[in-house]
Design a protein around this ligand. Structure first.
Ligand code: NAD
Ligand code: TYD
Length: 355
């Protein structure tokens, strides 16, 4: 039995779906269903007894302790988080609450549970914390990619809150001997990605005939990994990672934002061209930059590749095409997401960024 937190969000839902497709082991999925949590992501698991959804907060110690006592999971995988940098700039408090306080409360409940285990159950237990490359800060153009020993230099309330959670996880290993693993992954993309993030926002806006808002000069670099490759890395680290270690996860795919937007436009031009025959790139609109915008992220994933033999299955070219196709084929999912409070967020974020 696994306890997954945040499994109704983008990466967590992909992880749960892939897990159920590949393993017989049951999952308890604890998710608070914030604006980013969507049970529709898990619709294909309705009635599947391998997946047990629980609506609740990782900071609810009574609930988490009861779940641990009842289900006796052999591992916890912590995806639950507030995850959008722009939202953390507008309102950092939820990030402090879930990413720092929530992770702390989850660690405390886990420590009590793990302390109660005996023999192999105790030895084999794992707490895997899913984190981000953003904790390492921003790289200049020629600096080498982030390794696991790169100094933590978080620059946004989001990355600072994730950095704090990483430190807590580390401390629970060093102080209490808790068997933790941490993964720091680069930017993900793929199915079920909430359309407030760059790639899904561009696909959804393009098809809706709306502007494609590029922050600043669009030359900021992100390192992109198809979400299912992130999930396979987490499975690999869970199975074979050394307790207390950190593993960077990435696919060696650095791209400037503007190139990403042009690639999305090109694929859409080919698969679902505009009625007027012009390119979707005509909809690109340069808007005010994000405050404190990190210029470049790049992950050195060689430790994970060398020590655990992990490799991504997708190149950026294959992954982005699958992603655009998924959005074209899942317009009902998009429509349902857009009808939620996401609309209010768009009005607030982009009103301040006049083109
Ligand atoms: P997401 O925002 O899509 O999903 C987060 C999920 O957590 C949602 O289902 C939400 O309802 C749930 N949640 C939020 N607060 C909660 C709480 N207090 N208790 C229980 N559930 C709660 O995020 P994502 O993109 O799927 O990211 C998942 C994890 O991976 C995060 O920890 C994030 O920092 C990390 N990560 C994300 C990326 C990326 O590119 N998206 C890259 C590297 C690491
Ligand atoms: P995002 O998807 O929010 O991920 P992160 O900030 O965690 O890397 O943004 C990816 C990049 O795209 C980032 O450099 C900001 C930029 N961006 C835009 O240019 N326009 C947008 O509308 C959004 C949402 C992001």
């Amino acid at each position: 039995m696994l306890l997954v937190t945040g499994g109704a969000g983008f990466i967590g839902a992909n992880f749960v779906l892939d897990w159920v497709a590949q393993s017989d082991e049951a999952i308890i999925n604890l998710d608070a269903l914030t604006y980013a949590g969507n049970r529709e992501n898990l619709a294909s698991l309705e009635g599947n007894e391998q997946h047990n959804f629980v609506h609740g907060d990782i900071a609810d110690t009574a609930l988490v302790s009861a779940l641990l006592a009842q289900h006796q999971p052999r591992a916890i995988i912590n995806f639950a988080a507030e995850s959008h940098v722009d939202r953390s700039i507008h309102g950092p408090e939820d990030f402090i609450q879930t990413n720092i306080v929530g992770t702390f409360k989850l660690l405390e409940a886990t420590r009590a549970y793990w302390g109660s285990l005996k023999g192999d159950a105790k030895r084999n237990f794992r707490f895997l914390h899913v984190s981000t490359d953003e904790v390492y800060g921003s790289l200049s153009k020629d600096e080498p990619a982030f390794t696991e020993t790169h100094q933590y230099q978080p620059n946004s309330p989001y990355s600072a809150s994730k950095a704090a959670s990483d430190h807590l996880v580390r401390a629970y290993h060093h102080t209490y001997g808790m068997p933790v693993l941490t993964t720091n992954c680069s930017n993900n993309y793929g199915p079920y990605h909430f359309p407030e993030k760059l790639i899904p926002l561009m696909i959804v806006n393009a098809l809706a005939g709306k502007a494609l808002p590029v922050y600043g000069d669009g030359q900021q670099i992100r390192d992109w990994l198809y979400v299912k490759d992130h999930c396979s890395a987490i499975r690999r680290v869970l199975a074979a990672g050394t307790v207390g270690e950190v593993y960077n996860v990435g696919g060696w795919n650095e791209k400037p934002n503007l190139e990403i937007v042009h690639t999305v436009c090109c694929i859409l031009d080919e698969l679902r061209g505009r009625a007027d025959g012009k390119s979707y790139a005509e909809q690109i609109s340069y808007v005010t930059d994000r405050p404190g915008h990190d210029r470049r992220y790049a992950i050195d994933a060689s430790k994970l590749e060398r020590e655990l033999g992990w490799k991504p299955a997708e190149t950026f070219e294959t992954g982005i095409r699958k992603t655009v196709l998924w959005y074209l084929e899942n317009q009902a999912w998009v429509a349902n997401v857009l009808s939620g409070n996401y609309r209010d967020w768009v009005a607030k974020n982009y009103a301040e960024r006049q083109a």
